[in-house]
Design a protein around this ligand. Structure first.
Ligand code: FMN
Length: 325
């Protein structure tokens, strides 16, 4: 599967953009475990054009993450076009437009999924962004605004006509937020529409190799994007690839490897955010990496309170001594 001039393997797996989650340290880890493409968390166009330093930092992509996309959102066409030009200077492999964010303060102002209530504007915005950059433009969206307006099959055709190079669809409406089960039927209808030529990436609730295979087989999507299942489990890409290739479960790290993953994650997090912030952010990951260990409370408490890097490394050694026999 290709997105513009980006070559991807068959049945590629994408790390979903997630605010406050998919920072460069997490993207690095997911990439190490086989994510074929990653995205920045969404970047507010209005903040970019106002030169907000914190927002600019979100545009940074390291060489090792590539191919990687910068995702933009906003409700104003001019601001989105301007921010696409700024993003282009940071040389992402794609620019992705967010038409899927359901969060009230974004969607009700007409950005993110809110754009699904004004499809002509959505199409016009996309057209102008495609014209404004030489980098491939992609879109990530949902099935529709609510159960009465699941217009994704029509929307997909119209977006394709603007010149976008791929479309990711999360199988929920805006009204559903993250509730209920993702419905992939309409994603399949988009993929199987003979008018559609661009790659279709399915998204929603994929959390295992079996589920990924089911979605590829049943709906024929070109790629799958994974979000929440990566929390504390960046190796899920390895697990899914193992299943797709071997037809059997595998690829889950033993505890010893998880300890080394935690160490590397800590190092990358500090490299990116500095101490102490990089350490604070690791605390939630430590909890998930070592979930389920028997009699672990004493070490866990220290791991999520100390700010001493040496002490954290010593605690990781202690986990190894205590639990890896
Ligand atoms: C904490 C969090 C942050 C998210 N941030 C973004 C974002 O910045 N841009 C975006 O397009 N989607 C965002 N999403 C939606 C995910 O990319 C994805 O579409 C959704 O979680 C469904 O996929 P999943 O079932 O694999 O998690 C976010 C989701 C979560 C849970």
């Amino acid at each position: 599967m290709d997105i513009g001039n980006i070559k991807l393997p068959e049945q590629p797996l994408f790390l979903a953009p997630m605010e406050d989650v998919t920072d460069p340290s997490f993207r690095f880890l997911c990439k190490e475990f086989g994510a074929d493409m990653v995205y920045t968390e969404f970047v507010a166009s209005e903040a970019l054009i106002r030169n907000i330093e914190k927002t600019f930092k979100k545009l940074q992509i390291s060489q090792i993450e590539r191919p990687a996309g910068i995702q933009l959102y906003g409700h104003n066409i001019d601001a989105m076009v301007e921010s696409a030009k700024i993003a282009t200077e940071h040389k992402p492999d794609v620019i992705d437009i967010n038409f899927g964010c359901p969060v009230r303060k974004i969607a009700t102002r007409g950005a993110g999924a809110g754009m699904m209530r004004d499809i002509p504007k959505m199409v016009e915005m996309t057209r102008q962004i495609v014209e404004a950059t030489h980098i491939p433009v992609t879109v990530k969206t949902r099935l529709g605004w609510d159960s009465e307006s699941k217009f994704i099959v029509d929307i997909a055709e119209r977006l394709q006509d603007t010149g976008i190079r791929a479309l990711t669809i999360h199988g929920r409406t805006r009204a559903q937020m993250y509730r209920g089960e993702a419905d992939w039927t309409l994603i399949g209808d988009v993929k199987n529409n003979p008018r559609m030529k661009i790659p279709i990436i399915g998204n929603g609730d994929v959390d295992s190799g079996t589920k990924a295979k089911q979605m590829f087989d049943r709906y024929g999507v070109d790629g799958i994007m994974i979000g929440r299942a990566t929390y504390g489990r960046p190796w899920i890409f390895r697990e899914i690839k193992h299943y797709l290739q071997m037809g059997a479960e595998g690829g889950v790290p033993e505890l010893e490897e998880k300890i080394e993953i935690a160490r590397l994650h800590l190092e990358k997090s500090i490299e990116w955010k500095g101490a102490p912030r990089g350490i604070y952010e690791m605390r939630r990951h430590f909890v998930t990496y070592f979930k389920g260990l028997f009699n672990f409370k004493d070490i866990r408490t220290k791991l999520v309170t100390t700010l001493d890097i040496q002490e954290i490394n010593d605690l990781l050694d202690e986990i190894k001594q205590r639990y890896c026999v």
